[in-house]
Design a protein around this ligand. Structure first.
Ligand code: C5P
Length: 308
């Protein structure tokens, strides 16, 4: 996250993520799945601008990439609605315990595609927790914020920190990693998204593939070909059964010379790993000509931003 504060206004650029490794260990009795995943932030960002006020109301304005604006309001008796209501949920959650006149106007510039396995909504939610914690002087520490994040969604705690992390449990148990090799990626969001619960319902737990130690050792040694050779996503077979786009994207990337390619999260986005920035631009153009959706050339983020 890049956080800039100017008085009662905070602006946050919050990143998308990719799952480089995703293993589904088992189905849990609470309906969730026990998983082991290596997630890394990438340089596709939503921007949120938070302005604190004394109205006692929380308002969200959403500006989409294609220029369509929408506004939605959340306060007692006025249920949040709309595609990005996790922002309203996060703010409402933080308002409990804040001053009763605490109000907020949130402007969300949405660039991360939804229903894409890129974690956009989770990243927006984490940004909202961090901003309201400051603006409303809630004073929650890291572990309290992580608890609030886990209540909002399994991927939200990951976005409270920076850089790559191994996430376990339902995704909320985070182990931050030191530097891992910076990778140049081509990410494609096909025209049709996938529902996370539906993909999880359809998946077959592996009992644990156990490849994570080798993956992390390769990362530590900066052995990029071994590292990328161990990438996998155990949700991909289920997504493949639910959407023809996954096979289309796999076939398209098979025609390229990327180091590895796979789906991210529960889909429907798909990514290929390139050797360097100009390789990524070339592969992006090749994939663009196949007209399989929106194509991004991006890199993984290992940098820690200095925030004010
Ligand atoms: O935690 P979150 O609300 O983001 O999860 C959305 C849905 O994804 C859950 O309701 C569940 O169906 C599925 N899920 C799962 N196991 C996980 C994470 C999510 O089954 N570890």
């Amino acid at each position: 996250m890049r956080i800039r504060q100017n008085g009662s206004t905070i602006r946050i650029d919050c990143p998308a993520k990719l799952n480089l490794y995703l293993d589904i260990l088992s189905r849990r009795s609470d309906g969730y799945h026990e998983l082991e995943t290596l997630m890394v932030p990438i340089t596709i960002f939503d921007t949120l601008i938070f302005s604190a006020n004394r109205s006692g109301r929380i308002q969200l304005r959403c500006r989409h990439g294609h220029g369509r604006d929408s506004a939605t309001t959340g306060s007692a008796g006025d249920l949040p609605h709309g595609m990005d209501n996790i922002v309203l949920k996060a703010a409402e959650q933080m308002r409990q315990g804040a001053d009763s006149s605490a109000g907020l106007l949130v402007t969300l510039v949405k660039r991360i595609p939804s229903a894409a396995g890129l974690g956009g909504a989770s990243s927006d939610a984490a940004a909202t927790l961090m901003a309201t914690n400051r603006l409303w002087s809630r004073g929650l520490d890291e572990s309290q914020l992580a608890d609030e994040a886990a209540r909002l969604g399994s991927d939200v705690p990951f976005f409270l920190g920076s850089g790559a992390a191994v996430c376990r449990g339902r995704g909320e148990n985070i182990t931050r990693l030191g530097t891992i090799p910076r990778l140049h990626m081509v990410v494609v969001k096909p025209p049709v998204g996938l529902s996370t619960p539906t993909v999880f319902q359809r998946c077959t737990p592996t009992g644990g593939m156990g490849k994570l130690p080798a993956l992390l050792a390769a990362a530590e040694q900066s052995n990029v070909s071994r590292f990328t050779g161990l990438f996998c996503n155990q949700l991909q077979p289920a997504a493949d059964q639910l959407s023809p786009w996954i096979a289309r994207l796999r076939n398209a990337f098979d025609q390229t010379d990327v180091l590895a390619h796979q789906m991210t999260g529960s889909g429907s986005s798909y990514f290929g790993v390139c050797r360097h920035a100009s390789h990524a631009r070339r592969v992006a153009n090749q994939i663009r000509s196949a007209r399989l959706g929106t194509v991004y050339a991006t890199t993984t983020m290992t940098k820690h931003y200095r925030n004010n």
